[in-house]
Design a binder for this molecule. Structure first.
Ligand code: PMT
Length: 408
C-alpha cells in the first residue's frame, strides 16, 4: 500500500485522453490516496467538472482568481498540500508553456509555485511528439527535474501509430507505487547519506589561499535529489554561492582538514558521495600575518591534504555501505577513473572531463560517465547538473538496494 494516504494533486489537461483521468481517480481512491483536482480550461472540453467532483467527492479547482476561493491563494495552498503533482494528459502545448515558465492559469501557476515532485504524463500525436520544438521543450523540462511517465508506443485516438500514446491509468499507478515504495523504504529505515561538495580553501596567510573553481552545484543537486528520494542527507560543503534549501542538513567548512573532520563525525553512514574538489595540497602552516611580496618563496611549503574518499574506502570498521567517488580528468578519462575507483575502493566512480569550458567546474552543465565496479558503464551526454544528479541519485538508490539484497 505505497500510495496509502498520499496526497495527489491531479491536473487534467486538454487532450482526448483526459477521459482516462476518471479511471485514474477511481484507482487512486482504491489505493486510499487523497486527491484534489485542477481542471484546465481546455480539459473542460473533454471531461466535466461534475464527473470529476462526483468521483473525487471534492471541489474541482479551475481558476486562479475564482469567486469560490474566498480570498485564499489556491496556487500556494494546493502546491503546499500535495505530496506529488500529476499532469494528465500533458499536451504539447502544456509542455511548451511549462518549459517557458508560464503562469497564465491555475495549473501552471501551481507547478511554478511548487517544489514537489511533478510527474508529467504526455499524450499527443506522434508527429507532435517528435517535433524538434517539443523535444527541445521536453529536454528543458528534464533539466528542470520534472519526471515523465510514458508516453508509450501504440495506436492513437487520431488513428496514427507511434510514440505519443498516454500511459494507462494502471501503468501510472504502478510507476507512482514504485516511486513512493522506494521513498518510504529509505525514510522508514532511516537510510543516511553524506555528500561532499564545493572547493576547499587552504590558507597561506590571512588573505591568500589555494583553491579551485568548483561551484558546489553538482554535489548540491545530488544531495537534494537523494533527499527527495527519502534519504536523510547531510551535505558537507566548501565555500560556495549556493542558497541552500532547508530540505537538507548543510555543514559548511573551509579547508580540506575541516571537511575530513566533519565527514568523520557523520560515520557510520550508509551512503557517501564525494563530489568535492578537495585541494590536494595545503601549506604546511598558515602564516599569521600577510606575507610580504618579497617573501622568500621557500617559506611556503606544501603538504598533502588527507584524501577523504580514500579514507572512507579503506576504513574497514566504518566503510559506507555504498561509496561513490567523482573523478575530474582532462585525459584518458575512463582508464584513469577506473584506476582511481580501485585505488580508493569505491563502488561507483563518476568521471567527468574537466577540460571543456562548457561542462564541469563552475557551470550549470556537466557530461559524465558513471562507472560501476561490476563493469557497468553509462555515459550521460551534456545535460544540466540537476538532470545528471537525478540519474546519479537513481543509480545510487538502485545500487544500495542491490547491496542490501546481497547482504540479507
Ligand atoms: O562543483 P561544480 O562546479 O558543480 O563542479 C563539479 C565538479 C567538476 C567539481 C565535480 O563533478 C567533480 O568532478 N568532483 C571531483 C573533483 C576532484 O577533486 O576530482 P579528483 O579526481 O581530483 O578526486 C577524486 C576523488 O577523490 C573525488 O571524489 C574527490 O572528492 C576525492 N578526494 C580528492 C582529494 C582529497 N584530498 N580528498 C578527496 O576526497
Amino acid at each position: 500500500m505505497n500510495l496509502k494516504n498520499k496526497k495527489i494533486l491531479l491536473i487534467v489537461g486538454g487532450g482526448i485522453s483526459a477521459y482516462k483521468s476518471l479511471d485514474l481517480i477511481r484507482l487512486l481512491q482504491r489505493k486510499s490516496c487523497s486527491i484534489k483536482v485542477i481542471l484546465t480550461k481546455t480539459g473542460k472540453k473533454f471531461v466535466t467538472s461534475l464527473s470529476i467532483s462526483s468521483l473525487s467527492k471534492s471541489r474541482v479547482f479551475e481558476d486562479t482568481f475564482g469567486e469560490k476561493n474566498n480570498g485564499k491563494m489556491d496556487h500556494i495552498a494546493l502546491s503546499r498540500w500535495a505530496d506529488a503533482i500529476l499532469v494528465l494528459p500533458s499536451t504539447a502545448n502544456f509542455i511548451s508553456k511549462l518549459s517557458r515558465g508560464s503562469a497564465d492559469d491555475l495549473a501552471t501557476t501551481v507547478i511554478l509555485a511548487s517544489d514537489k515532485e511533478t510527474f508529467l504524463v504526455p499524450a499527443m500525436n506522434v508527429r507532435m511528439w517528435e517535433h524538434k520544438a517539443t523535444q527541445k521543450n521536453l529536454n528543458t523540462l528534464f533539466n528542470y527535474g520534472y519526471k515523465f511517465i510514458g508516453p508509450q508506443d501504440g495506436e492513437m485516438a487520431c488513428g496514427e501509430y507511434g510514440k505519443g500514446k498516454m500511459s494507462s491509468p494502471r501503468q501510472i499507478i504502478s510507476y507512482l507505487e514504485n516511486f513512493f515504495k522506494q521513498k518510504d523504504y529509505f525514510k522508514k529505515k532511516n537510510i543516511r547519506a553524506t555528500v561532499t561538495t564545493g572547493p576547499t580553501r587552504e590558507y597561506i596567510d590571512p588573505v591568500r589561499y589555494i583553491s579551485n573553481e568548483s561551484s558546489g552545484k553538482q554535489g548540491y543537486e545530488i544531495a537534494l535529489e537523494l533527499s527527495r528520494l527519502g534519504v536523510k542527507t547531510t551535505l558537507i560543503s566548501g565555500p560556495t554561492n549556493i542558497n541552500y534549501s532547508n530540505e537538507i542538513k548543510v555543514k559548511k567548512i573551509v579547508s580540506g582538514k575541516q571537511m575530513f573532520n566533519e565527514i568523520k563525525k557523520t560515520l557510520p553512514t550508509d551512503i557517501a558521495v564525494c563530489t568535492a574538489a578537495v585541494s590536494d595540497f595545503k601549506p604546511l602552516m598558515k602564516n599569521k600575518q600577510k606575507l610580504k611580496k618579497k617573501v622568500n618563496l621557500d617559506k611556503i611549503q606544501l603538504e598533502q591534504n588527507p584524501d577523504i574518499l580514500e579514507f572512507l574506502g579503506k576504513n574497514n570498521r566504518n566503510k559506507p555501505k555504498l561509496l561513490v567517488g567523482f573523478s575530474a580528468e582532462t585525459e584518458n578519462i575512463i582508464k584513469n577513473s577506473i584506476e582511481k575507483m580501485h585505488e580508493k575502493h569505491c563502488d561507483i566512480i563518476v568521471a567527468n572531463d574537466v577540460s571543456s569550458k562548457e561542462t564541469g567546474f563552475n557551470v550549470d552543465f556537466n557530461e559524465v560517465t558513471i562507472i560501476e565496479n561490476n563493469g557497468e558503464i553509462q555515459k550521460i551526454k551534456k545535460s544540466s547538473k540537476k538532470f545528471i544528479a537525478a540519474i546519479i541519485a537513481k543509480k545510487i538508490i538502485n545500487s544500495f538496494l542491490d547491496i542490501k539484497k546481497r547482504l540479507n
